[in-house]
Design a protein around this ligand. Structure first.
Ligand SMILES: Nc1ncnc2c1ncn2[C@@H]1O[C@H](COP(=O)(O)OP(=O)(O)OP(=O)(O)O)[C@@H](O)[C@H]1O
Length: 287
């Protein structure tokens, strides 16, 4: 699969989010995508998945079966989990039995009877993952899949990724928690200032210089990028409801917990709080 001179902006007069990106994805590769908030990781993943067309440039050789799990699974649908998965299994032409096996693997069987709208961030994430995996994907795209996942599923997901890559699939994972940092042979893409910097791991057949040195794509032209607008993030509309339980570290068995106070700009507060909650942290706002 090959991206040639791919540029993207959300509106005709809007700022360029990605500029002249050149990338090659080889069968069997696992790619970890990192970058700061608003850098364009989700945008790049949506382009790869074919959910949005490029503004300029081309994406060639996208494999036939694409699995995509968004960073925020859209829970505003009138289904139970099993009702949704049955529906998706029918659409994708796969047996419900294989979908149920995935539910076991991802520790999600207890969720099957629940309405989608009642799911926590991590549980909704699991449903999105099952949906993306139910038809064995040749290209699997996971946007922040580790956010809010329990420990068992966090440990299982890299095994699933490895299996897909071992059978020749391409796996692209945006991973701001760096869960795949030590994944054997993973390639790394850094999204920054509209460009994508690629560093190849040992799985990659093509884009690495022999010494593994970094290669940087063309930077945006001086009139290109504007400062990213966090408020326009697509995940914004699906904000989790406020956490209602008392704000206090949990005592007793398990990991010791501490409170960390973080001072942020008021303009950034919504986005930062949403991000922390998505990662499973309990937050409390004071002005
Ligand atoms: N639907 C949209 N309409 C307009 N602008 C958007 C839209 N979605 C994202 N953007 C903007 O595009 C830029 C890149 O956003 P994107 O969500 O791809 O970044 P990201 O690296 O995934 O960020 P995060 O880590 O916060 O999820 C940001 O400036 C964002 O505000």
């Amino acid at each position: 699969m090959r991206l040639s001179s791919v540029s993207f902006r959300y509106s005709r007069r809007g700022p360029w989010v990605l500029r002249d990106v050149e990338l090659t994805l080889d069968p069997g590769s696992v790619i970890e995508v990192t970058g700061r908030n608003g850098a364009g990781k989700s945008t790049l993943l949506r382009l790869l998945a074919g959910i949005m067309p490029t503004s300029r440039g081309t994406i060639a050789g996208r494999p036939g079966v694409v699995g995509y799990a968004p960073d925020v699974f859209p829970v505003g649908q009138p289904f139970t989990v099993i009702g949704y998965l049955e529906h998706m299994s029918r659409i994708r032409g796969v047996s419900l039995a294989s979908t149920e096996e995935l539910a076991v693997r991802l520790n999600a069987t207890h969720l099957l009877g629940q309405p989608l709208g009642d799911l926590s961030k991590g549980s909704a994430q699991k449903v999105g993952l099952i949906q993306s995996l139910m038809a064995p994907p040749d290209l699997l795209i996971l946007d922040e899949p580790f956010a809010g996942l329990d420990q068992q599923t966090r440990a299982e997901l890299p095994l699933i990724i490895d299996e897909i890559a071992a059978s020749g699939g391409i796996v692209v994972v945006s991973d701001h928690q760096n869960q795949l940092q030590n994944f054997p042979g993973a390639d790394h893409w850094l999204v920054e200032d509209g460009a994508v910097t690629s560093r190849s791991g040992e799985r990659s057949q093509v884009s690495a210089p022999p010494d593994g040195a970094e290669t940087r794509q063309a930077p945006p032209s001086p009139d290109g990028m504007e400062t990213p607008r966090p408020s326009a993030s697509p995940s914004q509309g699906d904000r989790q409801p406020p956490i209602s339980q008392p704000f206090a570290p949990q005592s007793g068995e398990g990991a010791r917990q501490v409170v960390i106070e973080v001072l942020v700009d008021a303009d950034d507060a919504d986005e930062i709080e949403q991000k922390l909650r998505a990662d499973g942290y309990l937050t409390r706002r004071t002005s």
